[in-house]
Design a protein around this ligand. Structure first.
Ligand code: F6P
Length: 548
């Protein structure tokens, strides 16, 4: 299936003209012209409300954007993904994370895959429940109190984000911690206070070859061996991987090993046994509800017309901002502290998937692709970088996430969060024009030089585009819906940009070079010189390292 990417289609060139047409019209004027703007530019679906009325677009723009999915046959690609075709062409792999969310009796990916998925899910959930309830015990017959997930990238960001997001569903479960960065400080901090008798390590690694993960796993193994003896070690490890041989060699207990498949990309793998730490935290019912939320969004993505389809609309709005309005960054701003790791999760999902500059045909993509994702929890961010969002020269697109109910504090407290979120959305959109500043000065009786000096500083230009994603509360099903929403957004954008969202060749080069450099780091003098700049830095570091 090879169709010209969206940027070579007719609607694309028209959209440039529309961007030009709208460039002199502030968003607040679009609101003034159209009292029905909220109804026209908001949608409800799969338990979410998406309000994109504060985006800098009108019906003509939306109409042209909605021609893009047709122009690139998005439905054809989507169905090919669901059928298990090898749409990850450079790695010759199917892309079937949607199969992980299927119910028993469905056949997504084919009967054999569906059977394996359900069987493995049940094994994993039985294990997770056993650990959670204390039925599965550590070597000395004690229940596990601390679970340490050892993994990185997709084998870390998803479970770490979700365990934090759903902490209020984890009462009574063992504490789950996550270790990823190679320098090992987090692991050292945890081991300094952990009780080996009640600690379970989960080695999460699709390949079981990742430097960071294997280094931490060996450290943990050594720590256990020194404290509990070799025979106890297998009872304190579980593992998730496609690499059965490596799990054997490491010595993971056969009942504590869980399968992965080549057709699940790391950054889409939270739904698989890579989510075992999440299942331990929130339990079987919670994990099934999380899968069911994702499945609901799948059904919506497959069945809703593009104009009502939340992932497609989110993707198209992103394309409008990135490709036509020169807004290359997207700030993700959850008004719920528990979602504070969501921006980091979406960095991998969006930038790892669509940070590409070569099309599926192997040609250079001479258009922008993924946005730079950043952000943080709304209230904190308001007191930090919102200054730049309101008045800075770099401009960003914004996504605000807002639950109706808090997952922890009282309603009264959460009402403050709701007010803050909506007030900011309005302020980003409407700004504070010079006329309003002048009226404020009149009211205050401010005049003269002080008034003149202050005036330009108080103006907020507005037209900072934001999309609000609101939902009843942060629970497992809602988190599932949100994550699947973003997964399908990424897929839609990748198809329109004509790139492969499912490979990641760009992370390999640095890994290879690090492997070559390690001998020089250990002994700069004893190795053939590294590239001259690198050699000089290594020598300086070695001098400091060896200093008394
Ligand atoms: O370096 C990127 C990457 O390959 C990701 O795609 C993956 O999620 C991560 O490393 C970890 O890989 P693994 O699960 O095989 O240890």
């Amino acid at each position: 299936m090879r169709i010209a990417p969206g940027p070579r289609s007719a609607p694309w060139s028209d959209l440039h003209a529309h961007a030009e047409r709208l460039s002199a019209v502030p968003t607040r004027e679009l609101f003034e012209r159209d009292p029905g703007r909220f109804e026209r530019f908001s949608r409800r679906g799969a338990g979410l409300l998406m309000d994109f009325s504060r985006q800098h677009l009108d019906e003509m723009v939306l109409g042209r954007l909605l021609e893009l999915p047709e122009a690139v046959d998005l439905a054809g690609y989507r169905d090919a993904m669901w059928r298990g075709e090898r749409i990850n062409a450079t790695e010759e792999r199917a892309v079937l994370h949607v199969a992980l969310r299927q119910r028993p009796g469905e056949h997504i990916g084919g009967a054999a895959i569906a059977h394996e998925v359900i069987e493995e899910r049940e094994r994993m959930l039985a294990f997770a429940d056993g650990v959670r309830s204390g039925r599965i015990l550590a070597s000395a017959g004690k229940p596990f109190a601390l679970i340490v997930n050892i993994g990185i990238g997709g084998s870390d960001l998803g479970p770490a984000m979700a365990v934090q997001a759903l902490a209020h569903h984890a009462r009574g479960a063992p504490r789950c911690e996550f270790v990823s960065n190679v320098e090992g400080c987090r692991l050292a901090d945890l081991l300094a206070v952990a009780d080996p008798h009640t600690t379970l390590f989960i080695v999460s690694s699709k390949t079981f070859t990742t430097l960071e993960t294997l280094t931490h796993a060996q450290t943990a193994r050594q720590w256990l061996r020194e404290r509990l003896g070799e025979t106890a070690v297998p009872l304190h490890f579980a593992a998730v991987s496609v690499n059965h041989h490596a799990m054997d060699t490491f010595g993971v207990h056969p009942e504590h090993r869980f399968k992965m498949w080549d057709w699940v990309g790391g950054r889409f793998s939270l739904w698989s046994s890579i989510g075992v730490s999440l299942a331990i935290a929130i339990g079987r019912e919670g994990f099934l509800a999380f899968l069911e939320g994702g499945r609901e969004m799948d059904t919506h993505f497959k069945s809703a017309p593009w104009g009502q389809n939340l992932p497609a609309l989110l993707a198209l709005i992103g394309i409008w901002n990135i490709n036509f309005r020169d807004l290359p960054t997207l700030a993700v701003l959850p008004y719920e502290e528990r979602l504070s790791r969501l921006p980091a999760y979406l960095q991998q999902l969006e930038m790892g998937s669509n940070g590409k500059s070569v099309t599926l045909e192997g040609r250079r993509a001479d258009w922008q692709t993924a946005a730079v994702i950043w952000g943080g929890p709304g209230s904190n961010a308001q007191h930090s970088f919102y200054q730049l969002l309101h008045q800075g020269t770099p401009r960003a697109a914004l996504e605000l996430l807002l639950p109706a109910q808090s997952s922890c504090a009282s309603d009264a407290r959460h009402q403050l969060a709701i007010a803050s979120c909506l007030a900011q959305a309005e302020a980003f959109m409407a700004g504070y024009p010079v006329e309003s500043v002048r009226r404020e000065f009149e009211r205050e009786g401010l005049s003269g030089e002080r008034r003149e000096a202050l005036e330009p500083h108080k103006v907020h230009p507005g037209s900072r585009p934001s999309t609000l994603i609101a939902f009843p509360r942060l629970d497992p099903a809602t988190l599932g819906r949100l994550i699947a929403l973003y997964e399908h957004k990424v897929f839609t954008q990748g198809v329109i940009w004509g790139i492969n969202s499912f490979d990641q060749w760009g992370v390999e080069l640095g890994k290879r070079l690090a492997g070559q450099l390690i001998a020089s780091v250990r002994d700069p003098a004893g190795q053939p010189a590294a590239a001259s700049g690198v050699q000089k830095v290594l020598e300086q570091l070695a001098e400091w390292r060896d200093a008394p």
